[in-house]
Design a protein around this ligand. Structure first.
Ligand code: GLA
Length: 377
């Protein structure tokens, strides 16, 4: 009897010690990350969880510029595309790792009508508006503070998008919190309020390569998207309003399929997107956090699942990357070296009354949670 007490006691003590050890790995460090041309300081927050996974976030653009996750042998690699220096983020435009908005993705001709008034936004992508305009949320300096819980460390970022900024109505107060949990989840919580009716659709624009950034293209990654329909587009990538079944098309990712398996098929939608650059209509219930997509990379064993409260998912496979970007550690980002899974409301929603609404009014609160969860197989 006494013996088993002693054994039990020692096991409990061991568990406590190892828990304490784990918890002691958890930390957030705050350091300067260069200056903007007007002299304002950009900061970098380094989040470390109990497993030694790491996320680094800069206050310019609310950009996740590094994300270290283990492979099946426990070796960590940085699995997101990004730049070493602030200067590159200022010069170059592919939205690496940023929060984009006020409206993520496209609005046809940059126009929408709300409560009888027509608004004209910047047309910064051919004839259309893209990712909030000329200086969207990815090109502004956010303020930030550290947050912590028992099971996660994080950084909460704040931005006030003023009435009229980039042509949008209403002062929009936005909070975005990146949590790195001890279960190797990068969880993003969004919250926004406004003082006038407006439209809002922010998203995270991380480019993932589960083999490690700069380590080849993502065509061998196996993708699943939990969606039976997608929103087909015109040649300028504006949805027509139709919800088209994915069944029997290269857009069917209901079972895991290599991204490259059908990308070269003679399909008009693939031609318009120069590959995949479309919105999928998620099967899961809107407003509830549910599984939207997963990606598996066989050589590393890394597996990513994407959970979201949003109704749609833009899957973009880096079609516009052409090797002109030299990323972190001098690595070149060639064609399709990264993939984006952008949880969102559908593109062109302000002009499509049948799509879920993106209107936010005074007194209402916009919320979104999207979580990228990492494990190995
Ligand atoms: C989104 C768009 C793409 C492209 C990228 C950024 O994914 O749908 O067409 O603009 O952002 O390059």
């Amino acid at each position: 009897m006494f013996k088993s007490y002693v054994v039990l006691l020692s096991i409990t003590m061991l568990m406590l010690v190892s828990c304490g050890k784990e918890a002691s790995l958890m930390k957030v460090e705050r350091a300067p990350f260069g200056k903007l041309p007007d002299g304002r300081q950009v900061e970098q927050f380094t989040l470390v969880n109990s497993q030694g996974a790491k996320a680094m976030v800069i206050t310019y653009g609310a950009i996740v510029n590094r994300l270290y996750m283990p492979d099946r042998n426990g070796n960590f690699a940085d699995i997101v595309l990004g730049f070493d220096k602030i200067d590159n983020y200022l010069k170059e435009p592919p939205y690496f790792g940023a929060i984009v908005g006020r409206y993520g993705n496209r609005i046809g001709k940059g126009q929408f009508t709300l409560d009888g008034k027509t608004y004209q936004l910047a047309t910064n992508n051919g004839p259309n508006h893209l990712h909030g305009g000329v200086a969207g949320f990815d090109k502004v300096l956010w303020s930030a503070e550290t947050v912590k819980s028992d099971s996660a460390v994080g950084v909460k970022l704040f931005y006030l998008s003023r009435d009229g900024e980039e042509g949008y109505p209403g002062n929009l107060k936005l909070e975005v919190t990146y949590w790195l949990t001890n279960l190797n989840q990068l969880r993003i919580d969004y919250l926004a309020t406004t003082d006038q009716a407006t439209i809002v659709n922010p998203t995270h624009h991380g480019y993932f390569n589960l083999a490690g950034h700069g380590e080849g293209d993502i065509l061998g990654h196996e993708l699943m998207i939990a969606a039976d329909y997608f929103t087909p587009v015109d040649e300028t990538l504006i949805p027509s309003g139709e919800l088209r079944p994915v069944q029997g098309t290269p857009f069917d990712f209901t079972t895991p399929t290599a991204i490259g398996a059908r990308i070269g098929e003679a399909d008009q939608q693939l031609q318009y997107g120069q590959g995949y650059d479309h919105n999928w209509v998620l099967t899961k219930e809107t407003g509830k956090l549910g599984l939207a997509a997963s990606v598996y990379e066989a050589s590393s064993g890394r597996y990513m699942e994407v959970y979201t409260t949003e109704p749609g998912m833009q899957f973009y496979c880096g079609n516009f990357l052409d090797g002109t970007f030299t990323g972190k550690e001098g690595k070149r980002y060639n064609h399709r070296y990264g993939l984006c899974l952008e949880a969102q409301h559908y593109p062109e929603s302000p002009n499509k009354p049948d799509f879920p609404s993106v209107v936010l009014r005074p007194g209402e609160t916009y919320t979104q949670t999207t979580m990228y969860q990492f494990s190995v197989r």
